[in-house]
Design a protein. Structure first.
Length: 345
């Protein structure tokens, strides 16, 4: 005869079944809260976009193989109160990490940002640098331009005042080089670092010199170097180009550097017009004798060396050849002949 089904028996069976379900869920949950690959040491970069929901984060982690269950991950977030604390950003996780450790990192916003390498070409202006840095996500273009006008940056060498008739700026004094920056680095830090790099190069190149050429200041030497950088395309010619400018300074002749006029234009031109050379500006070396008020671009190390150690030459003129090199001359007659020879076509 089968046993009687009583309320007491039903209650016992229900309790037993509930206990089994609880144990099953507990064991399953414990298992799902373990790392997918406990022995793994490799790292996975994961980007959490802004406004991503906890469910979306769990799904993303599951797809990357960092957790076993997106549902358990979300329940864990609800139980700990960290579900709504997850912050956007770039993170570095391992499949060997436990979900609660990953959740803790996300809630605390312990992001890891990879550095961005940026190469600033020689001869760049501040505006070109700012555009490049912004394109690479390093800093805002307008912020970097503002820093270039910030007299509060610290300098050991380039402290001589600029002429009152021009706006103060660090144009040409941010050294062109390859740098590594974190995304969204403050523009002040970038400017200071590039200025300090220029000072390192200055210390190296000026070592062993007595008085500077023509008794110029360090800022004026960098200004000269910027003209050399923009005019000379062949490394071997840089000291000769520098010599031409120094010789013209000595004779109180206008430098007549096309590069100073190009600096005044919104965009460079292949060939300057006569009206271009008449643009009223203290930077226009067709209209004014002496150096411009400051650098017109960032000179590289070779140009700085040339400005510090010009060639022993009496040349006063140079004409660009089609291949980018120059023909140098010491008299106006020779210069006119070179113009006819190389620029008549």
């Amino acid at each position: 005869m089968p046993p009687l089904i009583t309320r007491r028996n039903i209650r016992k069976r229900a309790v037993s079944l509930t206990a089994l379900v609880v144990v099953f869920l507990l064991l399953t949950g414990i298992n799902l809260l373990q790392p997918p690959q406990p022995e793994a040491t490799d790292k996975v970069i994961i980007e959490i976009p802004p406004a991503t929901t906890a469910a979306g984060v769990g799904q993303l982690l599951k797809e990357k193989g960092l957790i076993k269950s997106s549902l358990i991950f979300r329940l864990l977030g609800k139980l700990t109160g960290q579900e709504k604390m997850i912050k956007a950003g770039q993170y570095l996780f391992s499949p060997g990490q436990k979900p609660h450790a990953i959740l803790q990192t996300l809630a605390e916003g312990q992001t890891v940002e990879t550095e961005v390498k940026v190469t600033i070409p020689e001869g760049y202006t501040v505006r070109q640098m700012a555009r490049l840095l912004a394109e690479r996500g390093v800093t805002a273009e307008e912020d970097f331009i503002a820093v270039a006008k910030d007299a509060n940056l610290r300098s050991r060498h380039f402290t001589d005042p600029v002429p009152k008739e021009v706006e103060f700026k660090w144009e040409g004094l941010f050294f062109p080089d390859t740098y590594s920056f974190l995304p969204n680095t403050p523009a002040e830090q970038i400017g200071q670092r590039m200025l300090e790099r220029m000072e390192e190069i200055w210390d190296k190149e000026s070592q062993g010199l007595g008085a500077l050429p023509a008794n110029l200041s360090p800022r004026d030497i960098i200004t000269m170097a910027s003209l050399v950088e923009r005019e000379a395309k062949v490394d071997a010619e840089r000291p000769i180009v520098a010599a031409v400018f120094y010789n013209r300074l000595q004779k109180n002749m206008p430098l007549q550097s096309c590069a100073t006029v190009q600096y005044l234009l919104p965009e460079p031109k292949p060939v300057l017009s006569t009206p271009d050379t008449r643009i009223p500006s203290p930077y226009n070396t067709y209209l004014h004798t002496g150096l411009p008020p400051g650098p017109i671009a960032a000179p590289g190390q070779a140009a700085i060396n040339a400005a510090l150690r010009p060639a022993d030459s009496k040349a006063l003129y140079f004409v660009a050849k089609p291949d980018g090199s120059h023909a140098f001359s010491s008299t106006l007659g020779e210069h006119i002949d070179n113009q006819r020879k190389y620029q008549s076509k």
